[in-house]
Design a protein around this ligand. Structure first.
Ligand code: FES
Length: 111
Protein backbone atom coordinates (compact mmCIF):
# COMPACT_ATOMS: atom_id res chain seq x y z
CA UNK A 1 0.00 0.00 0.00
CA UNK A 2 1.07 3.56 -0.65
CA UNK A 3 0.40 6.26 1.94
CA UNK A 4 -0.64 9.24 -0.16
CA UNK A 5 -0.94 12.79 1.12
CA UNK A 6 -2.50 15.62 -0.85
CA UNK A 7 -1.47 19.08 0.33
CA UNK A 8 -3.22 22.37 -0.30
CA UNK A 9 -1.19 25.11 -2.02
CA UNK A 10 -0.45 26.57 1.43
CA UNK A 11 1.06 23.27 2.60
CA UNK A 12 -1.78 22.17 4.85
CA UNK A 13 -3.15 18.65 4.52
CA UNK A 14 -6.09 18.42 2.10
CA UNK A 15 -6.58 14.64 2.28
CA UNK A 16 -4.70 11.39 2.78
CA UNK A 17 -5.32 7.77 1.98
CA UNK A 18 -3.69 4.36 1.62
CA UNK A 19 -3.89 3.00 -1.91
CA UNK A 20 -3.09 -0.44 -3.33
CA UNK A 21 -0.63 -0.88 -6.23
CA UNK A 22 -2.04 0.21 -9.57
CA UNK A 23 -4.13 3.05 -8.19
CA UNK A 24 -4.30 6.04 -10.51
CA UNK A 25 -3.58 9.19 -8.53
CA UNK A 26 -6.21 11.26 -10.35
CA UNK A 27 -8.94 8.71 -9.63
CA UNK A 28 -8.00 8.62 -5.95
CA UNK A 29 -8.02 12.42 -5.72
CA UNK A 30 -11.46 12.58 -7.27
CA UNK A 31 -12.74 9.88 -4.93
CA UNK A 32 -11.52 12.02 -2.04
CA UNK A 33 -13.40 15.03 -3.42
CA UNK A 34 -10.31 17.04 -4.32
CA UNK A 35 -10.57 19.72 -7.03
CA UNK A 36 -8.77 17.86 -9.84
CA UNK A 37 -11.20 17.95 -12.74
CA UNK A 38 -9.42 15.54 -15.07
CA UNK A 39 -11.52 16.90 -17.91
CA UNK A 40 -9.95 14.74 -20.63
CA UNK A 41 -10.10 11.60 -18.43
CA UNK A 42 -6.43 10.79 -18.80
CA UNK A 43 -5.90 11.50 -22.49
CA UNK A 44 -3.21 14.10 -21.64
CA UNK A 45 -5.18 16.85 -23.34
CA UNK A 46 -6.30 19.15 -20.52
CA UNK A 47 -3.77 19.42 -17.64
CA UNK A 48 -6.59 19.96 -15.11
CA UNK A 49 -5.06 17.05 -13.18
CA UNK A 50 -1.76 18.89 -12.55
CA UNK A 51 -0.07 18.22 -9.21
CA UNK A 52 3.35 19.03 -7.78
CA UNK A 53 5.14 15.98 -6.40
CA UNK A 54 7.25 16.35 -3.24
CA UNK A 55 10.92 16.50 -4.23
CA UNK A 56 11.84 13.46 -2.14
CA UNK A 57 9.20 11.38 -3.91
CA UNK A 58 9.53 12.64 -7.48
CA UNK A 59 12.49 10.37 -8.25
CA UNK A 60 10.53 7.31 -7.10
CA UNK A 61 8.01 7.67 -9.91
CA UNK A 62 8.39 6.54 -13.50
CA UNK A 63 9.70 9.27 -15.77
CA UNK A 64 7.10 11.40 -17.54
CA UNK A 65 6.66 10.62 -21.21
CA UNK A 66 7.59 13.29 -23.80
CA UNK A 67 3.86 13.90 -24.33
CA UNK A 68 3.33 14.54 -20.62
CA UNK A 69 6.33 16.89 -20.57
CA UNK A 70 4.92 18.74 -23.56
CA UNK A 71 1.61 19.23 -21.76
CA UNK A 72 3.36 20.47 -18.64
CA UNK A 73 5.27 23.04 -20.73
CA UNK A 74 1.96 24.81 -21.32
CA UNK A 75 0.51 24.37 -17.84
CA UNK A 76 0.24 27.29 -15.40
CA UNK A 77 2.08 27.28 -12.05
CA UNK A 78 4.45 24.49 -13.11
CA UNK A 79 7.27 23.49 -10.76
CA UNK A 80 10.32 21.26 -11.46
CA UNK A 81 8.46 18.24 -10.02
CA UNK A 82 5.08 18.92 -11.66
CA UNK A 83 3.22 15.91 -13.06
CA UNK A 84 -0.14 15.03 -14.52
CA UNK A 85 -1.88 12.95 -11.87
CA UNK A 86 -3.69 10.95 -14.55
CA UNK A 87 -0.29 9.51 -15.48
CA UNK A 88 0.79 8.49 -11.96
CA UNK A 89 0.02 4.96 -10.76
CA UNK A 90 1.07 3.56 -7.43
CA UNK A 91 3.43 0.58 -7.39
CA UNK A 92 4.16 -2.11 -4.82
CA UNK A 93 7.50 -0.54 -3.87
CA UNK A 94 6.14 3.00 -3.49
CA UNK A 95 5.37 3.32 0.22
CA UNK A 96 4.82 7.07 0.42
CA UNK A 97 3.76 9.80 -1.98
CA UNK A 98 3.07 13.44 -1.20
CA UNK A 99 1.74 15.83 -3.82
CA UNK A 100 0.58 19.43 -3.65
CA UNK A 101 -2.33 20.96 -5.47
CA UNK A 102 -1.35 24.00 -7.57
CA UNK A 103 -2.93 27.36 -6.84
CA UNK A 104 -4.95 27.06 -10.07
CA UNK A 105 -5.38 24.79 -13.06
CA UNK A 106 -5.31 25.51 -16.77
CA UNK A 107 -7.67 23.62 -19.06
CA UNK A 108 -5.71 23.11 -22.27
CA UNK A 109 -8.79 21.75 -24.00
CA UNK A 110 -10.26 25.24 -23.87
CA UNK A 111 -7.55 26.60 -26.19
S1 FES B 1 -6.88 14.27 -17.02
FE1 FES B 1 -6.45 15.59 -18.69
S2 FES B 1 -4.27 15.67 -18.73
FE2 FES B 1 -4.72 14.40 -17.02
Amino acid sequence: MTHIRFLNPDGTLAAEAHAPPGTRLLTLAQTLGLPLEGTCEGAMACSTCHVIVAREHARLLTEPTPHEEDMLDFTAHVQPTSRLSCQIHTTADLTELTVSLPVAHTNMQGR
